[in-house]
Design a protein around this ligand. Structure first.
Ligand SMILES: Nc1nc2c(ncn2[C@@H]2O[C@H](COP(=O)(O)OP(=O)(O)OP(=O)(O)O)[C@@H](O)[C@H]2O)c(=O)[nH]1
Ligand SMILES: [Mg+2]
Length: 285
């Protein structure tokens, strides 16, 4: 299977078109990124796409990313984007009130203008955008406190836009994940594959697992040694297979099974809370 990662299913091209079409209707944009790869999951064209609409960035999945790096990344992205950045996660109840408050604040101009024109007040329309699987639909459900939108642990669950009303003051538009047309930066594409933001048919799991292990060996070697019960040996997918007894006939490591379980456990945060990139790598600080 080719190592090159390319993924751009038809529904994403359509999603991007529909996003532009709806832009005039919305007052505020919420952009969701994945705290484990804040830079790689940050759709750099959003600012062009969204013109100068007020925008909030949610750095989601903070429960499975490196706590120390969360605040560093949040500050960095805030400076680079000139937008409010809120660190969020599915199980954090307290951030929902903050998000609602920020949406209301950002829409105050619109509300004020309507008032001055003598128009009746209307709900703030908020569009939730971001790359696939970063947690857009889950965030909406959290804000509504109900499962109004479909969610799932793979890329491309939301296929169509859907309006959801939080209360009489705010309406949210869920949108399908969008991704650049071409993955020019293959290292970024690899990291998107690590967090399940790219359809699994577009990459070779063994390659992605091996590359993820390289990153973790580099940044979090002690944590993963402890997790897998190694002392000071090099950790490879093969070593993990032998350690876990995931062995095929003739005493050969089951690399495919080990890679898939390794990726799945990483995605669920079972191996540890890891962030795969730093602002320094991108010369952001
Ligand atoms: N650990 C963790 N998992 C989360 C969090 N938010 C969402 N998830 C999980 O991530 C997966 C994707 O969530 P969705 O809300 O479907 O993501 P999405 O951005 O709407 O995805 P698409 O519609 O495919 O673009 C689901 O399995 C969620 O349960 C979070 O803060 N922490
Ligand atoms: Mg969705």
């Amino acid at each position: 299977m080719p190592k090159h990662i390319h993924w751009y299913p038809g529904h994403i091209a359509k999603a991007q078109r529909q996003l532009k079409e709806k832009l005039n209707l919305v007052d505020v944009i919420i952009e969701v990124i994945d705290a484990r790869i804040p830079y790689s999951s940050w759709y750099k064209s959003t600012s062009d796409l969204c013109n100068s609409k007020p925008r909030i960035i949610l750095m989601n999945k903070a429960d499975v990313s490196d706590k120390d790096l969360n605040s560093i990344w949040a500050d960095t992205i805030k400076k680079a984007s000139n937008c409010e950045v809120i660190i969020t996660s599915l199980n954090n109840k307290s951030d929902t009130e903050l998000i609602i408050k920020k949406i209301t604040n950002l829409a105050s101009d619109m509300t004020e203008k309507r008032k001055q024109k003598g128009l009746l007040p209307r709900a703030v329309r908020t569009m939730v955008v971001g790359m696939p699987n970063v947690g857009k639909s889950s965030t909406i459900n959290r804000l509504v406190k109900r499962s109004k939108t479909k969610t799932g642990a793979k890329a491309g669950v939301t296929k169509q836009q859907q309006w959801v009303r939080i209360n009489d003051k705010i309406e949210l538009l869920d949108t399908p994940g969008i991704i650049p047309t071409v993955q020019n930066d293959q290292y970024q594409a690899l990291k998107l594959a690590c967090v399940n933001s790219i359809g699994e048919n577009a990459y070779d799991s063994e390659y992605v697992a091996e590359e993820l292990l390289k990153i973790l060996n580099n940044r979090y070697q002690d944590n993963i040694r402890k997790y897998f019960g190694f002392n000071d040996e090099d950790i490879t997918i093969e070593n993990i297979a032998f350690k876990k007894n995931w062995i095929l006939k003739n005493n050969v490591a089951d690399i495919k099974r080990t890679s898939e379980i390794f990726l799945s456990n990483f995605r669920d945060g079972k191996i540890g809370k890891f962030t795969l990139e730093t602002p320094e790598e991108y010369e952001l600080i």
